[in-house]
Write a protein that binds this ligand. Structure first.
Ligand code: GTP
Ligand code: MG
Length: 200
């Protein structure tokens, strides 16, 4: 009999600073490629604008932040054995000031895609921090994939495949390089995640 499964997936990963758009690792771009098979060179930062929360009560602040500080999308993957896996994707804002909100998104997540940019070695350091945090605070059964994005910019590479792969192996993580721009590796990593998730 064919199974229909539903999983919550969170994307994490940070850029170096809030001023240079090109230094963002490409979480939203990966989702856009996976869900709509599109790419946008001038993508806006997820939650780019600043907004005042001063007049909101703590409860409303939480509710407002949870709806404003991540984008929600779904995409379904059909596996060869007939299983259908529906991902509920939470694309978080990478900016430093929203860091404390991340637990809201990874707390009940079945899987996490932690993204770094292969042209920014600092972004791998940030990815390692996210992975440490997930290992400490997320559900112990969470499936974590480390994803080196912007593989089309290999000429500007600062992170070798060997370094990232070795780290992923040591930590028991899935690993892939992707390009949201060309689409390389994108469907593949989400499909591998779908196959790794528990079927019951
Ligand atoms: P925040 O929402 O601010 O955390 O950023 P983000 O991680 O969602 O990054 P976003 O998807 O907005 O992409 C940032 C910039 O990198 C944009 O200018 C994208 O067009 C570009 N970009 C994303 N993925 C790729 C890629 O695979 N290759 C290239 N060359 N550029 C990319
Ligand atoms: Mg984004």
């Amino acid at each position: 009999s064919k199974q229909q499964l539903q999983f919550k997936l969170v994307l994490l990963g940070k850029k170096k600073d809030q001023y240079h758009r090109e230094s963002a690792v490409g979480k939203s771009s990966l989702v856009l490629r996976f869900v709509k098979d599109q790419f946008d060179d001038y993508r806006e930062s997820t939650i780019g604008g600043s907004f005042s929360l001063l007049r909101l009560s703590p409860r409303w602040t939480r509710l407002t932040l949870s709806t404003l500080t991540a984008a929600f999308l779904t995409q379904t993957v059909n596996l060869e054995d007939g299983t259908t896996v529906k991902f509920e994707i939470w694309d978080t804002a990478g900016q430093e000031r929203y860091k404390s909100l991340a637990p809201m998104y990874y707390r009940n997540a079945n899987c996490a895609v932690v993204v770094y940019d292969i042209t920014q070695s600092a972004s791998l350091e940030k990815a390692r921090n996210w992975i440490r945090e997930l290992q400490r605070q997320a559900d112990p059964s969470i499936v974590i994939a480390l994803c080196g994005n912007k593989s089309d910019l290999a000429a500007r590479r600062q992170v070798t495949q060997e370094e990232a792969q070795k780290y992923a192996q040591e930590e028991g993580l899935m690993w892939a390089e992707t390009s949201a721009k060309t689409g390389e590796g994108v469907t593949d990593i989400f499909t591998r995640i779908a196959k790794k998730l528990p079927t019951t």
